[in-house]
Design a protein around this ligand. Sequence first.
Ligand code: FAD
Length: 386
Amino acid sequence: MDAPLTLIGSGMAALGLVRQLRARDARRPITLITADSGDDYSKPLLSTGFTKRLPPERLATRSALEVADQLGVVMRTHTRVTAIDPAARSLSIGAETLPYGELVIATGAAPRVPFAIPEAVASRVFTINDLDDYRGFYAALEALGRPARVAIIGAGLVGCEFANDLVAGGHAVSLIAPEATPLPRLLPEPLGRVLGEAFGEAGIALNLERQLTALDAQGSQVAVCLDDGHALAADLVLVATGLVPRTRLAAEAGLAVSDAGIRVDRQLRSSQPGIYALGDVACVAGVNAMYVQPLQASAKALAATLAGEPSEVHYGAWPILVKTPLLPCVALPPIQPVARWRIEGEGADLAALAEAEDGRLSGFALTGACVRRKVALARAAPALLV
Ligand code: FAD
C-alpha cells in the first residue's frame, strides 16, 4: 500500500486542509500526527473564554476521536514528530520510523518568552497558545476561588485581548509593556492611546514604557519587578510577548527556513520535493501573516494542488479584527513603506489611513465606531499577497 499523505499538527491549518481535501477525495489515506490532544477547537476563542468563565471542554467542538471518525483519517495524538528524512520520505517519532507519501508541516508557532522564568514562580507563570494552555490557566484561576490579580506581560494582540477578557471576567489586570501605547504593531499612537484610555476606564492598570526586570516569589504570589523600581503583586502572570514559527524540524531536515517560517512558494511547496507547509509555521512567498484567513486560503489552494490541480494561493486585503470589546479595533498593517498617516475622527472613534508616497492607501487602523469603515477601506487597500 502507498504511504499516506501525512500532516504534522492538528490546528486550524491542518484540520482546515483535511476538510478541503475530503471535499475532493473521500478515500485518500491521511495520517495526522499531533503533539497535543487533537481536539478540534477555535484558537481565536481562547482569548474570549474568561469573560464567561468558559471551561476548556466548552471550547473544544469535537474530540480527536470524533475528528478522526468524521474526517476518515488516522490520528495520533500526544505524539511529537522528532525528525524528518526527506530523502527516505520518512519521519521519526523517537525510535519509530514512519514512511510518508507526501508531507504537510503545520506545526504552528510557539510563544516567545524573552526572559528566564525562575523555578520558584514557574507554576504561576503562563502562556496561552493552545487549548492545553487554556486548561492550565483556567484551572489556576479556579483554584484561587476568587478574582485573581493577573499581570500580563506584553501589549500586542494576544496580551490586549486577554487583558480585556480577564477584566470583563472580574479579575484585576495589570498590563506591562515597553511601548508607549497598547497594540503598537497594529495601531498608530493616537489610536493606541484611546485603546489605553478605554482599558484604564475599565480598571486595567497600564504599566507602559516599562520593562520587566524580575519575577520573584513572594509568599503565594509573584512580585513582578519593573525597571522603574516598582513591583506589582500578582497571583498569576500571563506572558504574551510574541510567537515564533516552529521551524526546528524543518530546519534540521535541511528545508529552507527563515525567522518568518518555513519558506514555501505560492503552491505551499517547501524547498524539498513532496513537503509542503501552511499556517503559522509557513512563510508564503515572503509573507507569514499568522491569522486565520490566510491559512484558510492556503488550505484551499494546497488541497487543490494535492488533488492534482496545482494552485497558487492569493491573500486579499484582510483586516485583523481585534477582540477588545472595551474598544473595538480593526487593523490592516501597511505592507508598503508609509509616507504619512492621516488621522480622522474624534474621541475614541478614529480612523488612521496609511498613505504611500504616491498618496495611495497602503493600510489602515480603526477604533470605536470607525470600525464600520473596514469593508470600504479594505476594498481600496492592496492585497497581502496578490
Ligand atoms: P497551531 O494551532 O499552533 O497548531 C500547531 C499544531 O502543531 C498543534 O496541533 C501542535 O500540537 C502541533 N505540533 C507542533 N510541533 C509538533 C511536532 N513536533 N510533532 C507533532 N505535532 C506538532 N487569528 C485570527 O484570524 N483572528 C483572531 O481573532 C485570532 N485570535 C487569536 C487569539 C489567540 C489567543 C491566539 C494565540 C491566536 C489568535 N489568532 C487569531 C491566530 C490564529 O489562531 C492562528 O493563526 C491559527 O490558529 C494557527 O493555526 P496553525 O494550525 O497554523 O497552528
